[in-house]
Design a protein around this ligand. Structure first.
Ligand SMILES: [Zn+2]
Length: 469
């Protein structure tokens, strides 16, 4: 190619990249006051419930354009005043039009004073992101959990070696939660498992209120409380969030507020409508939605950002396996939202430096942005055995595995995990020592070998110290 062609090529590529970004980023959030993201719309469906609400309260209506409830009454999602759980539950109650059940606040130091610099190149709020941009990837996302079905879903994802993103609602008062406080068992173990299995954790607010309809102070509390409870378990909190009901308008100030709090607003471009079809007889409708969207393009050119809810039985026990089979058959990979947007993992969370030794810091220090081996080989230095189907250790034969031959002597710490002698626990290389980013750019074999040796010695020392505790 002639030299004169290069500027044109560069301009063309820049234009292409800009158009891709423009396609995937919208500047204004659409308002979906009745969006089916678990709550308002699903409550509207059963007419019998509507009848009960009328009977239970004093017959007063409430809500936008109507007014607020008085004397401690709560305004239900369908616009009636009353004091039952159906009116006052924090996840369905309209806080702007009456009392709502105290969603409580999590224990632990607040996160509001911690610095929130922007990380990476992905647009932050007030802009929002509704599609992926890495061809061949599909980001399945699951909102509102964890709940009683989430562990089954994690088992399924392990079986398919798939990674997904969970948008977590922290309050034990939110209606989808039926397994207690997020920072207590069993929820805490489920969250840790999500992280160590390679899934992404994102925020779906503290108690699932409509962020466009509450005050700026309440809005902030919705995010900060969720940060605290997630920090209590993970040592940090996400930079990605999805507003409940997909509602976070510019007019309300919500979109700007999310930007000030340092969040990416993540929407979707396939809505499975799984909440409508949580029945063995109807879940096929959600499968059809997923299939017909994928049939519109080829994996070599397309990517998708899909919304579903792990709090529904049919989603966790039926729909998700269908989606995993379909996407694999069509040549797609199931990845996290961060991966489908090409945003490195170190940008997905903010650390709370006041706590140490928590899962996020361990994860970020041990995992680089290397890709998990897909063929069992680890000869390529940008491939890691961590997260591969073949075993976590890269042996001296440049193959992934979990036997002593892979994890013991000759094991390559930089491309996976290694086991300490005498069948000790598996260890990963902290990025600060051996991660790709900190490797010398012009390798001097002597210093590299030296630092690797001294690091291994330090590791053995640290591991020994850990084991004797
Ligand atoms: Zn939701």
């Amino acid at each position: 190619m002639g030299l004169k062609m290069r500027p044109f090529l560069a301009i063309y590529c820049l234009g292409l990249a800009t158009s891709i970004v423009a396609r995937n980023v919208i500047t204004h959030l659409p308002t979906h006051p009745d969006h089916p993201d678990f709550g308002v719309a699903s409550e509207l469906q059963p007419h019998s419930l509507l009848g009960q609400l009328v009977k239970r309260d004093e017959g007063q209506r409430c809500g936008p354009g109507v007014g607020s409830c008085s004397s401690g009454n709560c305004c239900s999602a369908v616009g009636y005043c009353g004091k039952t759980g159906s009116h006052c539950d924090a996840s369905v109650c309209q806080a702007a039009y009456g009392h709502c059940e105290a969603a409580g606040t999590p224990q632990g130091p607040p996160t509001d004073k911690i610095d929130r610099p922007t990380l990476g190149n992905l647009p932050y709020a007030p802009r929002s992101i509704r599609s992926c941009n890495v061809p061949g990837t599909i980001a399945l996302t699951f909102d509102d959990g964890p709940n009683m079905y989430t562990s089954d879903l994690l088992d399924l994802l392990d079986k398919y070696n798939a990674n997904v993103t969970f948008f977590i609602t922290g309050s034990p008062g939110a209606k989808a939660h039926n397994i207690g406080k997020l920072d207590s068992e069993p929820s805490a173990s489920i969250l840790r498992r999500m992280l160590t299995s390679g899934h992404q954790i994102a925020s779906h607010t503290w108690s699932h209120q409509d962020l466009s309809k509450i005050s700026p102070e309440d809005r902030k509390t919705q995010l900060l409380s969720n940060e605290v409870v997630l920090r209590n378990v993970l040592g940090g909190w996400p930079t990605y969030m999805r507003p409940p009901y997909s509602s976070c308008t510019s007019e309300s100030g919500c979109a700007d507020d999310m930007g000030n709090l340092g969040y990416h607003i993540i929407l979707y471009d396939i809505d499975t409508e799984d909440f409508r079809n949580d029945d063995p007889a109807t879940i096929q409708k959600s499968k059809d939605i997923f299939d017909s969207n994928l049939d519109r393009g080829k994996a070599s050119e397309r990517s998708w950002l899909v919304i579903a809810h792990d709090v529904h039985e049919q989603t966790s026990h039926n729909l998700t396996e269908h989606m995993l089979k379909k996407l694999a058959a069509d040549g797609y990979r199931a990845v996290t939202v961060g991966d489908c947007l090409g945003d490195p993992q170190e940008n997905w969370y903010r650390m709370d430096d006041r706590v140490t030794g928590f899962p996020i810091s361990k994860l970020l220090s041990s995992k680089s942005s290397m890709a998990a081996s897909r063929d069992g080989k680890c000869a390529n230095p940008t491939v890691t055995c961590t997260g591969s189907n073949f075993g976590p250790c890269c042996g001296s034969n440049k193959m992934c595995g979990s036997s002593d031959a892979h994890c013991g002597v000759g094991c390559n710490l930089r491309q996976g995990q290694c086991r300490l002698p005498n069948n000790g626990p598996l260890y990963s290389a902290p990025k600060a020592k051996l991660g790709l980013k900190n490797m010398p750019t012009s390798p001097k074999s002597e210093s590299t070998t030296l630092s690797a040796v001294s690091f291994t010695a330090a590791l053995v020392f640290l591991a020994g110290a850990a084991l004797t505790r």
